[in-house]
Design a protein. Sequence first.
Length: 357
Amino acid sequence: MVTVQVTYVDAGELYVSWRWEHDPDNPRVLILPRDRVGPPLAALADALPTSRPGESAHQALTRALSRGALADRDRERVLSTSLAAALVPAQLARELDAVILAGDQLHVRVQPSPSTTQVPWETLRVDEAERFVHNARLSILTPATVRNARTRRVSPSTGPVAGAVDPPTPLGRVLGEIPEALAALDVLDRDTLRPALAEAGRFLYVGHVTTAAHALDARLHLAQGPLTAADLLGWRIPNRAALIACESGGDHRYAEPSGLVAALVHGGAEYVTATRWVLPTDAGLTALLPGFTAPAGGTLAAAVLAVHDAQQQEDPVAALNDWQREQADRWESTGAPESTPLVWAAFGTAYAPAPPS
C-alpha cells in the first residue's frame, strides 16, 4: 500500500500540500487560486441539503433534491469533474497516476479545510471514465494534534457492539422501521452509554447531530438528552465508531477541528465513519426527489447497514469504499434517483492508527 497525505488550508487562497508516507521529508506545497476553486465549491454548496444563511432546513432540502446537481446524473458528472480539476493539481495527479500505473495500491488520506470539508472526495472524476474511488482508497485525515496526542491510546477492535440506533428524542426518528439486523442492539442513553463504550469493540449511532458555533458543542442526541463533543473527552471509545446523522463529520468546518470525530479519535477510535452534510431521509427523498421510489427496507436503512457491515471488516475504509464504488457504478449506469450520491457520497471514514511511539 502506497499512502499519500493531502492537506488543504484556507488562507485567503486555498493551499494544498501533500507528502508520501514513505518519503516524508519531501513535501510539496501549491497555491490553488480562490478564483479557480471558488466556483466549483459554490456549485457544490448549492447542490447540498445543508442550510445556508437565511434558509430553513426544508428550503435547503427542497433546493438540493428538486434542482441540485447531485440529484441529476449529467449535472453531477459536470460538478465532480470540475471539482477534481480545481482541487487536484496536475503535479499531484501525475504522482497518483504513477503509483497506479506501477500496479501499487493507493491510499489517499485527505485533511480538508473549512471550505473543502463537504467535498465528496470519493466521487471526484479524475478522468472521463473513473472516479477517485475507482483507483484509490480514500479516508479522512484528522489533525496531527488529535491523532498523535501523547495520551491517546487506540482501543482494541474486539468486544461487542454498543448501539444507539434511532433513539427517541424530541427531534424525532430518522429510520422509521429499524432494520432487523440492528433490532437486537440495546438503545443506549446518556446514563448507559459510557460504561457500554468502555467494553465495546464498535459503536453505532444513528440519529440526530446538531452543530453550534464551537466544534466542542456539537451534540449527539440521545434519550435523556444530548451529549456534546466536550462531554466525550476523557471517555474510552471503541476502535470503530459510526455516527450516521446530519453533518456528524463536520469537524473541519471549524478553524479548530475539535468536534465529535476528533473526540472519538482522541478517546481511542481508529476508524470513525461520519457524514459530510445533512442526510436526507426516505420521507424527504420520496416527497422532494423527482422519480424517487423508496426500495424495500429504505434507502437510508440500506446505507446504515452498509456502514455497519464495513465497520466489521478488517479494513473499514476499504469496505466502505467498495460499497461506494458499487453505488457510483449503479448511478453512472442508470441515473436512478434511488442511487443519488446525496446518500452514499455523504459518508467518509477518518482513519487514525496508533500514534508513533
